[in-house]
Design a protein around this ligand. Structure first.
Ligand SMILES: [Fe+2]
Length: 316
């Protein structure tokens, strides 16, 4: 289904941005830290992958983007088997060729990546000048050009979605024991995340995971993440949670947390409104995030280079 958003919304979004952006530059006097976000993309250039890649290159040059974040489902349909898998060339190296995209790519895993060998994506970090996946979940810190600290937490939500068991009162001890054993890795990651979020003194805390927490897309909210991650985002005042999995572009606000859906890297599906939705589109594209001490700007750009939407998020 095309054209979920009206022409008027498109024009409003497109018209609003230059003013916001100009104001931001006037305040800081420098080019703010910018990065791109993309999810659900590796299709050997098929569908709209190549078109999206071309616009990413153009925008990354224009905004002087310092890095790219990929939100998982990096390689369809079955991930990669090893560091020599043809996908590396056909879906990554030979697609995102622009000079402006030769920057670090911070990557996380999606469910399709788990159909292959997830550790091969970690391994590839040792061979590539730009692919960065040091572990299945990890932290990376940045600083904006005006000195604001940014702590970024990259999750493996496949592990949590598959293995985090929501315990219900039960008389069956054996069943409970089995569930607890399976939950072990997921809980280890959640303990890690909570410890890091609690310790962070950064001006901005951003969390990235493949699966959605709030979404009006075809998959919709992921129950395990709503139970296990959402309370942590709220307790530790995370500014935004970024996800893929739903193949669309979305901005939703819930309890003060901004949920940015960005899984439109090559192919999209229908999306509709949901509680707290500020924007949604089934257009293939990506996001560019610009961040300084005072605010974060999120733009959605489609595969033709059209700016679909711009949001300005003040630091809480
Ligand atoms: Fe997915």
């Amino acid at each position: 289904m095309r054209g979920v958003i009206s022409r008027r919304q498109l024009l409003t979004g497109a018209a609003a941005l230059p003013l916001v952006f100009a104001a931001s530059r006037a305040v800081t006097g420098t080019v703010p830290l910018a990065f791109l976000l993309i999810g659900d993309w590796g299709r050997e250039g098929e569908d709209r992958q190549r078109d999206v890649a071309e616009q990413m290159g153009r925008i990354a040059a224009q905004r002087q983007c310092k890095f790219v974040v990929t939100l998982g489902d990096n390689f369809y349909e079955r991930g990669v088997e090893n560091t020599q898998d043809p996908h590396w060339q056909d879906s990554f190296e030979q697609i995102y060729t622009a000079e402006s995209l030769q920057v670090p790519w911070y990557a996380i895993l999606g469910n399709h990546d788990y159909y292959g060998n997830p550790d091969a994506q970690i391994e590839y970090s040792k061979l590539s000048s730009r692919w960065r996946m040091p572990a299945r979940y990890y932290q990376q810190s940045m600083m904006s050009t005006d000195g604001a600290t940014i702590d970024m937490f990259f999750l493996d939500t496949v592990e949590i979605e598959e293995n985090y068991v929501i315990h219900h009162e039960s008389d069956d001890d054996d069943e409970n024991r089995r569930e607890r054993a399976e939950s072990h890795n997921a809980i280890e990651q959640l303990v890690w995340l909570e410890g890091k979020l609690a310790a962070s003194r950064a001006a901005w805390k951003l969390v990235f995971g493949h699966h959605p927490i709030m979404s009006g897309g075809e998959h919709g909210p992921t129950e395990e993440l709503v139970m296990a991650i959402k309370p942590l985002l709220e307790r530790y005042r995370v500014a935004a949670y970024f996800n893929g999995h739903d193949h669309d572009l979305q901005h939703i606000v819930g309890n003060g947390i901004h949920y940015i859906g960005c899984g439109a890297g090559s192919q999209t599906r229908t999306v509709s409104t949901s509680e707290g939705a500020r924007f949604f589109s089934d257009r293939e594209g990506f996001a560019v995030c610009t961040i300084d001490a005072r605010r974060m700007l999120i733009d959605f750009i489609d595969y033709k280079g059209e700016r679909l939407y711009a949001a300005s998020i003040d630091r809480a």
